[in-house]
Design a protein around this ligand. Structure first.
Ligand SMILES: NC(=O)c1ccc[n+]([C@@H]2O[C@H](COP(=O)([O-])OP(=O)(O)OC[C@H]3O[C@@H](n4cnc5c(N)ncnc54)[C@H](O)[C@@H]3O)[C@@H](O)[C@H]2O)c1
Length: 257
């Protein structure tokens, strides 16, 4: 059974990684999928195999920090398809930095993408979804639930996404809008984000950090992006019809320990 037949799904930061995996799953479940990323060329290149497989996907450039860009993309979706059913706020960035050595530039750049991007997208999606309903999934992180000394700004941004999601969910429910808003909390996943984090450290520190992280994951390994994308698609689907304001943790047991 295809859960997204006739539905329009918009994902941010979806040219690769978790968003890329989710875009493919939504399309295979019958959705028309709008894959966006900071660089339109990246988004366009990422959908080539999906188009070749006959799936209904299209690409747009969207820098999630830009309010006007959000309005442009969502207004074009409504003009083309008449509806938006699912928004996945997936775009995210992260750099190493403790509460002592994180620079103000890194702090602000992290907040701009991870928090302001989610706020701008959620606000615009509510505007167009409130009449016919919809589902918003904000990709937070286990870093929104537990602290990690090396990730001060990332921790703060994902904690912000976690609690903003609840405020948005309550607002929609209390306003009588048929919109569910939930957060997804992946654990460490093999994507460019994690690779870049490792590359930003000296080799010996990266090795020690990898060992430290693996030691904290009861399942003893990182996730494959598809293992995060499947619960993400569930959260967006009608199978999660009674879930709003909730947080779905997908972390190989990390925060249970
Ligand atoms: N990989 C992990 O271990 C992990 C764990 C928990 C949460 N997450 C979260 O999952 C989400 C996806 O990350 P990923 O691991 O797939 O990493 P990724 O680097 O593969 O994907 C992130 C995407 O976000 C895009 N992006 C960055 N800045 C942007 C901007 N201003 N506007 C639009 N797009 C922008 C990038 O171009 C990239 O395609 C992020 O929110 C991340 O914080 C990842």
């Amino acid at each position: 059974m295809k859960r997204f037949e006739g539905r329009v799904v918009l994902l941010t930061g979806a040219a690769r990684g978790i968003g890329g995996a989710a875009a493919e799953l939504f399309a295979r479940e019958g959705a028309r999928v709008v894959v966006t990323d900071y660089d339109r060329a990246d988004a366009q290149a990422s959908i080539a195999p999906l188009l070749a497989a006959g799936l209904a996907v299209e690409a747009e450039g969207l820098d999630v920090t830009q309010e006007a860009a959000w309005a442009g993309v969502i207004d074009r979706i409504i003009a083309r398809h008449g509806r938006l059913d699912v928004l996945v706020n997936n775009a995210g960035v992260g750099w190493a930095g403790t509460a002592e050595d994180c620079t103000l530039d890194v702090w602000r750049a992290t907040m701009a993408v991870n928090m302001e991007g989610v706020f701008l997208g959620t606000r615009k999606a509510i505007e167009v979804m409130k009449a016919h309903g919809g589902s918003i999934v904000n990709v937070a992180s286990i870093a929104g639930n537990v602290g990690e000394p090396l990730l001060a700004a990332y921790n703060a941004s994902k904690g912000g996404v976690r609690i903003f999601t609840k405020a948005a969910a309550l607002h929609c429910a209390q306003s009588g809008y048929p919109i569910r808003v939930n957060s997804l909390h992946p654990g460490y996943t093999v994507t460019k984000l994690v690779n870049s984090l490792m590359e930003s450290m000296p080799a010996d520190e990266a090795e020690a950090y990898t060992k430290h992280v693996l030691g904290l994951i009861p399942m003893g390994r990182l996730a494959d992006p598809m293992e995060i994308a499947r619960p993400l698609v569930f959260l967006a689907s009608d199978d999660a019809s009674y879930m709003t304001g909730s947080e779905l943790v997908v972390d190989g047991g990390y925060i249970a320990a």
